[in-house]
Design a protein around this ligand. Structure first.
Ligand SMILES: NC(=O)c1ccc[n+]([C@@H]2O[C@H](COP(=O)([O-])OP(=O)(O)OC[C@H]3O[C@@H](n4cnc5c(N)ncnc54)[C@H](OP(=O)(O)O)[C@@H]3O)[C@@H](O)[C@H]2O)c1
Length: 240
């Protein structure tokens, strides 16, 4: 297969909220995009919509539950099968279950650790060999300011996102010598349907597009520069 000239980006959790905005922004920036999430119908609908807006050849939809190492391997394989290359992995898939520790269930603890932390490990492990083979690339993890600021009711979510800070920064140190840059984007509150919230208009919150812009801006840095952590917060949150 002759190698396509465009870079290819994979976005996990790319059907909604921040992930969808990142997928759109990557397309806009000229990358081909793989959109993935668990729900087959959403993956089909969103990838078809993005393909209509861009070009059918530039978008692939792939079902992948990041909690499964086998799914993440298949995601990498399908990407290579379709595009023959991968350059950027955006580990965005995430869930939040908020309850005081006395009430947080084992299932909700496990769901958050398996998705927000082990999911990043699984997808990274599946994609890194391809990045190394290409001589470099970029892994962008969507963390959260909840990865440095604990809050009541956030024990499971905080633990997963604090853990992600350690995972991201350690793998950044491991992979930089292979030309792979790892960045952690840590947004504050973003106006999405995250954790069952309804996205509301005229919000003080960040928009998904703000986070997508931070992601695409990272990709514009010269090879020698590695912005390893970006904190992005709403300018005017409610005053306490
Ligand atoms: N919204 C905020 O205020 C905020 C702030 C800081 C950081 N973040 C982080 O930003 C990321 C995206 O959040 P969002 O607000 O855009 O959430 P969202 O609107 O709920 O979207 C989450 C996306 O992740 C997918 N997903 C969930 N579990 C998955 C799994 N196991 N495997 C693969 N895909 C999965 C969902 O699709 P399926 O359910 O179909 O799989 C969906 O596409 C998360 O990591 C979140 O922690 C959010």
């Amino acid at each position: 297969m002759s190698e396509p000239s465009r870079r290819v980006g994979i976005v996990t959790g790319g059907t909604k909220g921040i992930g969808r905005a990142v997928a759109e922004a990557l397309l806009e920036a000229g990358l081909d995009v793989v959109v993935s999430a668990r729900t087959e119908a959403d993956v089909g609908a969103v990838s078809a919509e993005l393909a209509r807006a861009a070009d059918p050849g530039r978008v692939l939809g792939a079902v992948c539950d990041v909690r499964s190492a086998a799914d993440c391997q298949r995601l990498a394989d399908e990407t290579m099968g379709r595009f023959g290359r991968v350059d950027v992995l955006v580990n965005n898939a995430g869930v939040g279950r908020f309850a005081p520790i006395q009430e947080l269930t084992l299932d909700d603890w496990q769901l958050q650790i398996d998705t927000n932390l082990s999911g990043v490990f699984n997808c990274t492990k599946a994609v890194v060999p391809h990045l190394i083979a290409r001589g470099g690339g970029w892994i962008i993890n969507i963390g959260s300011l909840a990865g440095r600021n604990p809050f009541a009711g956030g024990s499971g979510y905080n633990a997963s996102k604090f853990g992600l800070v350690g995972l991201s920064e350690a793998m950044m140190l491991d992979l930089r010598h292979d030309g792979i840059r790892v960045s952690l984007v840590m947004p504050g509150s973003v106006d999405t349907g995250f954790s069952g919230r309804s996205a509301g208009p005229a919000s003080w919150k960040l928009a998904s597009e703000d986070v997508a812009r931070a992601v695409v801006d990272l990709l514009r840095y010269d090879d020698r520069a590695l912005p390893s952590r970006v904190e992005l917060r709403p300018t005017r949150p409610p005053q306490r």
